[in-house]
Design a binder for this molecule. Structure first.
Ligand code: HEC
Length: 131
């Protein structure tokens, strides 16, 4: 029995379909570096009676004279300007003790307890001399 193999050849229909998919979404990455702000834990909010305006202009690097001035100069301008402590309103000793200790305990100011007291003495003396 002859076997017939019909090779059915269908005519090739070549489609030249041009599918233009221009869906290229260019993400113009506005990668703006979000300012990495130092977020210090801000404690010791001021009490209302401390809120009197301190308009003392402090010229740096000339610090007001007072006991342990050099100690202050060495220890209190490492992380911020001397202005920060020196432009505070008049505070009680306990408040200064608290603030100075916070610099040590919370922020790591390198001070011995004795030096903390010296700083407080300086700050109070400055406070007195300007009033
Ligand atoms: C190790 C870093 C560091 C040192 C050293 C340092 N401070 Fe500060 N101090 C800070 C930081 C941080 C703040 C908070 C700043 C802010 O909130 O913007 C601050 C804030 C203050 C303030 C603002 C009031 C408050 O309670 O936040 C005062 C006043 C102050 N310091 C005084 C001093 C004195 C006085 C000294 C010297 C004994 C000192 N600092 C040394 C880190 C330091």
């Amino acid at each position: 029995m002859p076997m017939s193999h019909d090779a059915s050849r269908s005519p090739r229909r070549q489609r030249y379909g041009l599918i233009a998919t221009a869906a290229l979404g260019l993400l113009a990455g506005g990668v703006s570096l979000l300012g990495t702000r130092d977020s210090w834990p801000s404690g010791a909010s001021r009490s209302p009676e401390d809120a009197s305006a301190a308009d003392t202009v402090v010229e740096e690097p000339t610090l007001p004279l007072g006991p342990h001035r050099t100690r202050f100069q060495a220890s209190c301008v490492i992380c911020h300007s001397a202005r920060l402590p020196l432009s505070q309103p008049d505070l009680h000793r306990e408040k200064w003790v608290e603030i100075v200790h916070k610099m040590v305990a919370a922020y790591g100011a390198p001070l011995t307890p004795e030096e903390e007291v010296q700083i407080v003495d300086y700050l109070l003396a400055v406070q007195e001399s300007r009033s």
